[in-house]
Design a protein around this ligand. Structure first.
Ligand code: ADP
Ligand code: MG
Length: 614
């Protein structure tokens, strides 16, 4: 006697279904693509398990997909002879959140007034798109694992689903959709045929529609480039990338040495990691002579290229290689190196040939390039060439490469200067920028929190050392008029050190200031303020790391400093207060003033004095 088990959907799935059922009216047809893609994944999984020598249920049934439409009954059925699902897998896969997908997708829907349903597959919740068109979904499934039984899963979307044992099922999964009244067109063969053509031509398993074969499985990457149409590439990308947009970049290449490789790689328009998806996984499939060795192959590319999608085919791979042994073969490492170098060279070429597309690429993916520089010694140099930054000599909003920067360097400039700042306005107003402006040396403006580490790791580019502006050992070209005499400077700096005491390291006359009265400089040649902040944030327990000692540099040509020298002889208390304020102002400019309260109290007292003057 079969017993029906009622189950509840997890709350987030319920929420997702609510939206899918009640508010998504466009692009309904994508459910066909999603269910076929799941069927293809299941076939792939079956083929892999079979080829690795595991015992499988009904090993004589080849993996494949067949679709039937019944316009009288108003149904469409997608059946596959793939891996199927056990009771546990049905509960796990069709009712709970697989990963962060549901949440991320819901967030995307909530943020966007015209939600992009096409993305549903990207977020790993494609199955539920069935409920856009179906009032009831029935899944019959029998796992490939021996000694399992068949199960029937049914749901009307809201509320939950039911599981019942089902006898005499073939291996695989059969999904029947009872279509809603306004979705009956999907019970028409012609409609469905068009959709399969559009989305699923490249599925590497045979697809039949009402017993007619639909796709001819082709390895597009193995064909001659000149014979492949743009649309074919894009269709293939839709299939491998699970993405309905066109790719941003495409690289199709073949090589003979040092390894025989055919590769077709794509960069998606958008960086899915920045869309709340969490960490994405590489979606490059590894083939050997058109036979899939590993889907989403691990180790084929470095981690920082995990946004790539596509196919790599290498004849040099042993066909019987298993997933486990793949991990550590030196062959894989060799492949990785060749592929990565080739892709970076491609990016470099694109930056010249397709400047606009490269700009978009850089905006989306710069963090990945930087991750590479910091974590991957091998490709550091090539990655450095791909960096782009705003700079004091290019218009706001435009970026320059380091190579172009080096070309513009005057002969007396030996280093590449980088200034960390929140934005362009802050960079241009920074006291650290003054000496560069006066000397007419170009400075790169770095706005990203990661840039400091990038500069640290890159160290050198195009034969020139990279230098943070605040660490640069540069002097103004000429002494300024009206500057304090050397004796006066000596007396003032001594007095300042006495007055400020431990709050500062050394006090000296600055060689780098034009418009600002003073600046603080980290006394550690290598440490910077932002690095200290990060270190502090990382060190949660235990004693505070030693506070930074900052040297205090004054601008002897600044009227405020000249007045300070005069005032300290008449009104030492007022001068001391002003000196502390100048120091705090310099700390603000450096972004290292942690608690501004004491500073504000003092500033208010000073203002009061100014107003009381007359
Ligand atoms: P995704 O395919 O991105 O994992 P889906 O919502 O499309 O997300 O599917 C959820 C899960 O359900 C799949 O990962 C798979 O484990 C399982 N599944 C769906 N359809 C099938 C099928 N036809 N055969 C076997 N398993 C399936
Ligand atoms: Mg899916």
């Amino acid at each position: 006697m079969s017993k029906t088990e009622p189950h509840q959907f997890q709350a987030e799935i319920q929420q997702l279904l609510n939206i899918v059922i009640h508010s998504l009216y466009t692009d309904k047809e994508i459910f066909v693509r999603e269910l076929i893609s799941n069927a293809a994944d299941a076939c792939e999984k079956f083929r892999f398990n079979q080829s690795s020598g595991q015992p499988v249920h009904q090993s004589d049934i080849a993996p494949g997909i067949s679709i039937t439409t019944d316009d009288k009954a108003g149904t469409i059925t997608i059946m596959d002879t793939g891996c199927g699902m056990t009771h546990g897998e049905l509960v796990e896969n069709l009712g709970t959140i697989a990963h962060s997908g549901t949440k991320a997708f819901l967030k995307q829907l909530a943020e966007d007034k015209k939600p992009d349903v096409g993305l549903i597959g990207q977020f790993g919740v494609g199955f539920y798109s069935a409920f856009m068109v179906a009032k009831k979904v029935t899944v019959l499934s029998h796992s490939f694992a021996p000694d399992e039984q068949g199960w029937q899963w049914t749901s009307e979307g809201m509320g939950g689903y039911e599981l019942t044992p089902a006898a005499d099922l073939p291996r695989g999964t059969k999904i029947t959709l009872e279509l809603k009244d306004d979705a009956k067109e999907f019970a028409q063969e012609a409609t469905v045929e068009g959709i399969i053509k559009r989305y699923s031509s490249f599925v590497p398993f045979p697809i039949e529609l009402n017993t007619k074969r639909q796709n001819t499985v082709q390895a597009i990457w193995a064909r001659n480039k000149s014979e492949i149409k743009e649309e074919e590439y894009n269709e293939f990308y839709t299939f491998v990338g699970h993405d309905h947009e066109k790719p941003l970049f495409r690289l199709h290449f073949s090589a003979d040495a040092p390894l025989a490789i055919q590769a077709l790689l794509f960069v998606p328009q958008r960086n899915f990691e920045s869309m709340g998806m969490g960490r994405i996984d590489s979606e490059v499939n590894l083939y050997c002579r058109k036979v899939l060795i590993q889907a989403k192959a691990k180790g084929l590319f470095p981690d920082w290229l995990r946004f790539l999608k596509g196919v790599v085919d290498s004849e040099d791979l042993p066909l019987n290689i298993s997933r486990e042994t793949m991990q550590d073969t030196s062959l894989l490492q060799k492949l990785n190196k060749v592929l990565t170098s080739r892709f970076l060279k491609f990016l470099d070429e694109q930056s010249e040939k397709e400047a606009e597309a490269y700009e978009k690429f850089y905006t989306e993916y710069q963090r990945f390039l930087k991750e590479g520089i910091v974590t991957d010694f091998t490709h550091k140099e090539a990655l450095g060439k791909l960096l782009r930054f705003e700079s004091s000599l290019v218009d706001a909003g435009k970026r320059t490469s380091l190579a172009d920067y080096v070309k513009r360097m005057p002969s007396d400039q030996t280093e590449i200067y980088c200034l960390l700042a929140a934005n362009r306005a802050a960079a241009e107003a920074s006291p650290y920028f003054e000496v560069f402006k006066e000397r007419k040396f170009e400075v790169l403006f770095l706005y990203d929190a990661w840039d400091e580490f990038v500069v640290e790791h890159l160290h050198n580019l195009e034969g020139k050392p990279l230098k943070l502006a605040e660490k640069a050992d540069l002097n103004l070209s000429a002494k300024k008029d009206g500057a304090l005499s050397e004796d006066a400077v000596k007396a003032l700096t001594a007095w300042l050190k006495e007055t400020l005491g431990d709050k500062v390291g050394e006090v000296r006359a600055s060689q780098r200031l034009v418009d600002s009265p003073a600046v603080v400089v980290d006394s550690d040649k290598f440490m910077t303020a932002s690095m200290r902040r990060i270190m502090k944030a990382m060190k949660q327990d235990g004693p505070e790391p030693a506070a930074a000692k900052h040297d205090f540099e004054i601008n002897p040509a600044h009227p405020m400093i000249a007045r300070l020298e005069a005032t300290r002889q008449k009104d030492a208390a007022l001068a001391a207060s002003v000196a502390e304020q100048i120091l705090d102002n310099a700390r603000v400019a450096a972004g290292i003033l942690e608690d501004p309260r004491a500073m504000l109290t003092r500033l208010n007292q000073l203002l009061e004095k100014v107003l009381a003057k007359d």
